[in-house]
Ligand binder design. Sequence first.
Ligand code: NAD
Length: 494
Amino acid sequence: MTDVHHWHQRAQSLSLNTQAFINGQFVDAASGDRFDTYNPATGERLAQVASCDKADADNAVAAARAAFNDRRWAGQSPAQRKAVLLRFAELIAEHRDELALLESLDMGKPISDALGYDAPATARAISWHAEAIDKLYDEVAPVGDEALALITREPLGVVAAIVPWNFPLVMAAWKLGPALATGNSVILKPSEKSPLSALKLAELGRQAGLPDGVFNVLPGYGHTVGEALAMHMDIDCITFTGSTAVGKHLLECAGKSNMKRAFMECGGKSAHIVCADCDDLDKAAATAAAAICYNQGEVCTAGSRLLVDNAIKAEFLEKLVAQLPQWQPGDPLDPNTSMGAMVDQAQYDRVCQFIEQGQGEGSTLLAGGLPERAGPGLFIPPTIFSDLAPDHRLAREEIFGPVLSVIGFDGLDEAIAIANDSDYGLAAGLWTSSISNAIQGSRALRAGTVFVNNWDGGDMTMPFGGYKQSGNGRDKSLHAMEKYTELKSTWIQL
Ligand code: NAD
């Protein structure tokens, strides 16, 4: 009985963790303050959640530091840590439905996406890094007979992970997996717009056997508890996913405080290029639609700038618009829904402002436009603007909603030049049947990920992160584990 009624019924009987999780215990914020979290599809208040601030950050850091110093986690063998983390991943998989429901209710994503991607990808991120830790070796440097020179990796200590609301579980797991696997203590701060699934993770981590203090969760606002973590003198690393503006601020905080390691995964305005020699325009059009509509366009790698060769532009746009009936927003708890609600009123208003600004100025509105509000739900239909100048605000700024800007070009060189003319460099895509265009184009694109004849390929074995103002770190793959370790050189004179 997994129809829409099933999920509405389950939502009624869901029990929610609403306290902070510090040193293995669920506790109120020291101030006693709480904030509201809402279901953006209905406007209903879901819960009042502990609103942490500096005092809670201090408590969590003290617990995390004590756990690190007595080596209750870092001192376990990799095989032992692996066993605990694999159990954690199993529990996440066993609670798939509940986690998916929390995600859908709290931030508006379709339940089918949360079930099909978010919950399993969260378990996979934990298990993948767990599996890796007893297979990684340190190094011995080639220095000759007179010394033994060791190059070893050690955990950093206390890691604060600050994450956004668009993929609350997955963004957390991309950081928790490698940071915990390498022996650190972690403090997770979920977004104030989507705190509920992180608090469920805390419960499952405890059940799996993560020792007290090793994994803490502090719900609350960025300017209160987030800022306290960023400025803390006893945190060794801040690992962040979110907007470029906040990422830049956190780099300053690291510099102003204790020069903690600071890894930023930030925004994007990714160019999706369709060349005239693309031999499957239907597939490219279906993919281009999904690239801007999936997760309501609230995706850092959304293909939000569509660059189409002028030779095929009219034909391609017709095929693209024909895809949109499959992408109309609806009840996120209906398993047939492909697009849900925008996360909150502020994000809804922001996207609507962009849509207003796109109108006029020579642009053509091909689909969508300002939504007609029929109720409290924050729904925005896929909206496509064509004939925008490449320097138009809509074609340059991250909108983080289902709004696509289409730009024509003549030849791949021009497409690459337009694509690279951006402050961001998170992802780019290229549709072509020419092997030379594919390879030369992907080399020339200044982006952390390039998709050729697809959009959003990749798995845990591949790093994920940005060039330029899209960030300075990489999540996923063994490279992510490097971020959470110090490199120690030990020279033993013989
Ligand atoms: P955001 O920057 O507003 O918030 C992200 C997190 O930072 C939240 O937990 C927030 O509370 C916290 N925060 C805000 N101000 C803070 C401060 N002064 N000090 C400490 N913490 C603070 O971003 P968002 O709106 O939650 O998420 C959307 C953004 O995330 C988009 O720009 C998107 O591109 C980006 N994103 C990037 C990736 C990636 O891997 N590169 C993945 C997903 C999302």
